[in-house]
Design a protein around this ligand. Structure first.
Ligand code: ADP
Ligand code: SF4
Ligand code: MG
Length: 341
C-alpha cells in the first residue's frame, strides 16, 4: 500500500471516471435484474482501489462494464478523458488494450488447447507487436516475471498446471501489451490460502514494475486490506461507502461495512467484542425487486422508517470518506443497537 494518497488536484485528473453507471439484465418474463445502479467512481493514476461486497452485489458487472464486456443502460465511462461510448470500433479496441481484466477462475479463462507460452504470446501476435522471434522472447520474459518457468511450463496446457500457476499465466497475458489499468476480479478467491498470498505479492510487485493502476475486486475485506489505497464497498448494486483503506477498517460509517468487518475474526474485538458477530444476517435480497429507499434496510440493525422512503445519497463525512446512509456510525462507535443484544 502506498503511504501517500494520490493528489486529486493533480493536473492529470483521474485515469478512469465512471459516472452514474447503471446496468440491468433482462431475466425473462419482463423482469429485470438491477445489477448496478447509479455507481460513480474515479480512479487516479497509480491507485489501487479495492471493490468489496457480498457475492451478487454487482462487483463483476462494474468491472465488465468498464472493459465493455457488458452493456450499460445509462451512465458514462471516461478513460483517460475519453468517453468509451463515443469511440469508434477501432479506437475502442486500441483503448481496450490499456484496460485488462483477469478473472476468478484461472483455468477456465485460459484456452485449454493452447500451450502456455502461446497464450501469453497471442495478444502480441493479434496486435502485430514486433516479429515472431521478439514476441516469443517477450512471452518467455513475461512468464519468468510472473514466476512460471518458460522451459518447464511453457509448452504445457493450462489443465496441466495448478490453479495458482494458471492465474500467473493469465496475469502474464494481461501484461503482454503494457496495460495501464488492470481489473482483477477475485483473482485469488479460487486458490488455496497458501497460494493466495503469493499471487497477491506478485500483483503488488508487478504493479510497481509496470506502473499499473489497479481495481481489485473481492468479496473479502481482509483480502483487499493490504493492497488497497482506497476501498469501495458495494451493496446490492450501489456504493454504500468509500474511503481510504485505513478509514474503512478503523472508522466504518455504514452499518453494512461494519457488518462485513465484524465477520473478520481479528476485527471482532476491535469493533466491540462478541456484540458485533451477527451484524449482518440473512441473505442478499434479489436485485430483481430491490428494497425501496435504502437497499440495505431489510438487514440493517439501525433501519428506521425514513430508510424505506428515501434513497440515501453518498455524502462526504471526512476527507475522501463518503457514506450512503441516513444514520451513519460515528467514528469508533460501537452500535448501541448491537451492544444491547
Ligand atoms: N449476464 C447476466 N444475466 C443476468 N443476470 C446477471 C448477469 N450477470 C450478472 N447478473 C446478476 O447481476 C447481479 C450482480 O452480479 P455480479 O456483478 O456478478 O455480482 P458479484 O460480482 O458482486 O458477485 C447478480 O444478481 C447476478 O445474478
Ligand atoms: S440508511 Fe438506514 S437502512 Fe440504510 S444503512 Fe443507513 S440506517 Fe441502515
Ligand atoms: Mg463477481
Amino acid at each position: 500500500m502506498t503511504e501517500v494518497l494520490p493528489d486529486k488536484t493533480a493536473e492529470r485528473g483521474p485515469l478512469l471516471s465512471v459516472q452514474n453507471l447503471t446496468v440491468e439484465f433482462k431475466v425473462g418474463r419482463g423482469r429485470v435484474a438491477h445489477a448496478v445502479s447509479d455507481v460513480s467512481l474515479e480512479i487516479y493514476p497509480g491507485e489501487t482501489v479495492g471493490v468489496v461486497g457480498e457475492s451478487g452485489c454487482g462487483k463483476s458487472t462494474v468491472g465488465k462494464a468498464i472493459v465493455q464486456l457488458v452493456k450499460s443502460k445509462s451512465g458514462s465511462i471516461f478513460y483517460d478523458g475519453r468517453n468509451l461510448a463515443q469511440l469508434s470500433g477501432k479506437e475502442l479496441r486500441e483503448v481496450r488494450l490499456r484496460l485488462q481484466m483477469i478473472f476468478q477462475d484461472p483455468i477456465s479463462s485460459l484456452n485449454p488447447r493452447r500451450k502456455v507460452v502461446d497464450i501469453v504470446r497471442e495478444p502480441l501476435a493479434i496486435w502485430k507487436v514486433g516479429d515472431a522471434a521478439s514476441r516469443q522472447s517477450r512471452a518467455r520474459d513475461l512468464l519468468e516475471q510472473v514466476g512460471v518457468d518458460p522451459d518447464n511450463a511453457g509448452a504445457r496446457r493450462p489443465y496441466e498446471l495448478s490453479g495458482g500457476q494458471c492465474q500467473r499465466v493469465s496475469i502474464a497475458r494481461a501484461l503482454a501489451i503494457a496495460p495501464q489499468l488492470l481489473i482483477c476480479d477475485e483473482p485469488v478467491s479460487a486458490l488455496d490460502v497458501s497460494v493466495q498470498a503469493q499471487v497477491l505479492n506478485l500483483l503488488e510487485e508487478l504493479k510497481q514494475e509496470h506502473q499499473l493502476t489497479v481495481i481489485f475486486i473481492s468479496h473479502d475485506l481482509s483480502v483487499v486490506k493490504h493492497i488497497s489505497d482506497r476501498i469501495v464497498v458495494m451493496y446490492l448494486g450501489r456504493i454504500a461507502e468509500t474511503a481510504p483503506a485505513q478509514d474503512i477498517y478503523e472508522r466504518p460509517a455504514h452499518p453494512y461495512t461494519y457488518g462485513l468487518l465484524a465477520a473478520i475474526p481479528e476485527k471482532v474485538l476491535a469493533l466491540g467484542g462478541e456484540t458485533s458477530a451477527a451484524a449482518v444476517s440473512g441473505e442478499l435480497p434479489s436485485p430483481i425487486n430491490p428494497p425501496s429507499g435504502c437497499r440495505f434496510r431489510t438487514r440493517c440493525f439501525r433501519a428506521q422508517e425514513r430508510c424505506a422512503r428515501e434513497v440515501p445519497e453518498l455524502r462526504p463525512i471526512a476527507p475522501g470518506h463518503e457514506v450512503a446512509c441516513h444514520f451513519p456510525l460515528e467514528p469508533g462507535e460501537i452500535p448501541p443497537e448491537l451492544a444491547s443484544k
